[in-house]
Design a protein around this ligand. Structure first.
Ligand code: SAM
Length: 275
């Protein structure tokens, strides 16, 4: 006989497209809880139906009222409660953070049943450095704010991972092309699904490709760390000359070093010669 689950919150990751990715432990836990808190009862209802389960569903997101959160915490204090999102791992650009904070503050046990998350699937596919990465959620939808975020992240020596939507891909690639022009970028689309694709190249290559083939479906966008691409001296010099049109030598050297990972002191020496 299977041991009943202890009271507490069970964060359960669910598939991001391929239902075969639901883990045996996720199924056992979903089948053993008193209720499932979820973003959309129709979406989670379909998953439970597929798994042959009929647990009670309670709609929840981080904007839910305190009364809803208190109701869930009340359940979790005395019975097992699952938290799922529409797809993937809860709390990763999905609801759950506020519930976990409140549960921990009250001493309610929280455990996580790991499984798919699009950011990690994309990172394993993209062929970009995976030893250090920074997950930055969705880029802002307004162009100015998007560029500010990219400028803020530009010097971070890690692969940048963003969630994206098909209608906004072109605008994000354009902003990356202008803020981080020499980086290799990867677009990972429809992961774990029939039309899974992972395409990498320069921002300009990808802008041209997706202008000719408008993307559909769900997308993760990845940007290589600075210095990861090989920039020839000629490329560096060309960028330096362009930068010197509007910047002082020290600023031009710093900007090109930021974009390329080339040595700032050597660029500065060359900038003084060119000036
Ligand atoms: N919590 C989820 C996770 O762990 O992956 C992410 C939820 S977030 C609201 C939805 C975003 O995740 C999509 O806009 C897309 O960027 C990414 N995503 C989810 N499923 C995906 C898939 N199958 N292929 C590519 N990206 C996906």
């Amino acid at each position: 006989m299977v041991k009943p689950l202890d009271p507490g919150i069970y964060i359960v990751a669910t598939p991001i497209g391929n239902l075969g990715d639901v883990s045996a432990r996720a199924v056992a836990v979903l089948g053993g809880v008193a209720a499932v808190a979820c973003e959309d009862t129709r979406v989670t209802g379909k998953l439970l139906h597929h798994l042959g389960l009929k647990q009670k569903l309670i709609r929840y997101d981080d904007h839910a009222s305190e009364a809803t959160r208190d109701h869930l915490l009340g359940i979790a204090a005395t019975a097992p409660l699952a938290l799922v999102s529409d797809a993937g791992t809860p709390l990763i650009s999905d609801p759950g953070y506020q519930l976990v904070v409140a549960a921990r503050a009250l001493g309610i046990p929280v455990t996580s049943i790991p499984g798919p998350s699009a950011a990690i699937v994309a990172l394993t596919l993209a062929g970009l450095p995976s030893d250090r990465f920074l997950f930055a959620g969705f880029l802002p939808s307004k162009d100015k704010a998007r560029r500010e975020v990219l400028a803020e992240l530009a010097s971070i020596k890690a692969t940048l991972v963003f969630y994206e939507t098909a209608p906004r891909l072109a605008a994000s690639l354009t902003a990356i092309g202008e803020e981080l022009p020499l980086r290799t970028v990867a677009v990972a689309r429809e992961l774990t699904k029939k039309f899974e694709e992972c395409r990498s190249g320069s921002p300009a290559d990808l802008i041209a490709h997706y202008a000719a083939h408008p993307p559909k479906g769900e997308i993760v966008l990845l940007v290589a760390p600075p210095g990861e691409i090989v920039v020839s001296e000629a490329d560096g010099e060309a960028l330096l000359k362009t930068a010197l049109l509007s910047l002082k030598p020290s600023q031009a050297a710093a900007e090109v070093a930021r974009q390329t990972g080339l040595d700032r002191k050597a660029l500065y020496a060359r900038a003084l010669e060119l000036k």
